[in-house]
Design a binder for this molecule. Sequence first.
Ligand code: SAM
Length: 281
Amino acid sequence: MPGTLFVVATPIGNLDDITLRALRILNESDLIAAEDTRHTRKLLRHYKISTPLVSYHDHNKETRTPELISRLQTKANIALVTDAGTPVISDPGFFLICRAIEADIPIVPIPGVCAAITALSVSGLPSDKFLFVGFLPRKKNKRTQALQELKEETNTLIFYESPRRLLATLLELIDIMGDRKGVFARELTKYHEEIIRGRLFQIIETVTDRTSIKGECTLLIEGKKEEQDTSQPSVVEQLRRLRNDPDISLKDAVKIVVEEYGLSRNRVYREALKIWKGYPI
Ligand code: SAM
């Protein structure tokens, strides 16, 4: 029997976010294959684990994979970890797992944290269906093309983004997809954890005054909304309620409803005119 390849999730910040099983597997494995051995050594030191480490990343996968497969075939148990979160999710490991499957090596997941799911869980955006996009391409034209392709997606979208590109990405998202609801999750599980919810433009307004945006960032935006029928009771009722408030103008009411329901301004305006002026447009 060959050994087992364990795919082990590690914390994305707070070192307490690791399972008892993950610690036991890291302790008992013959070898840990880590994206950055210096980074993983800090985690191992914290938990007093002395299992030997080798590096495994995208630049050495071609040479390292056959070595690891050969160790597994000679009964070694190997734990695969990355710098943070779940291996393979925007992280190294896919190549090794494919080769291990081909070689009939048992592969066991040791689940734990993933930044995308952690952010989604507190986002308040629909989580019944979502699309994990990960990192967008760096080149401008490829990024734009990727966003154009995602424009019609109706499910919540999850992006990993570098803080340096965040503002540019938010502006491009608004250009291509409109000012949708979004959530900016920074430094999750860490001391400077920050979660900003609002329209994309509001997120820009909140972070734009800072001299710099630092740390690990995950960005979520709502999927494309089916244009709701503006004559549906809730929208009409809301407009009627606003009409009864003498301090709220037609313009204010349209703004409030557009914001609340994510509808096109034009359509809400038409509906508001019916109520304010008494005639359809
Ligand atoms: N495999 C990891 C996982 O399961 O989440 C993701 C690895 S990917 C190379 C790293 C990216 O994940 C970061 O650039 C950031 O977008 C996101 N990320 C990681 N840690 C985070 C955190 N503490 N808060 C917010 N986003 C985080």
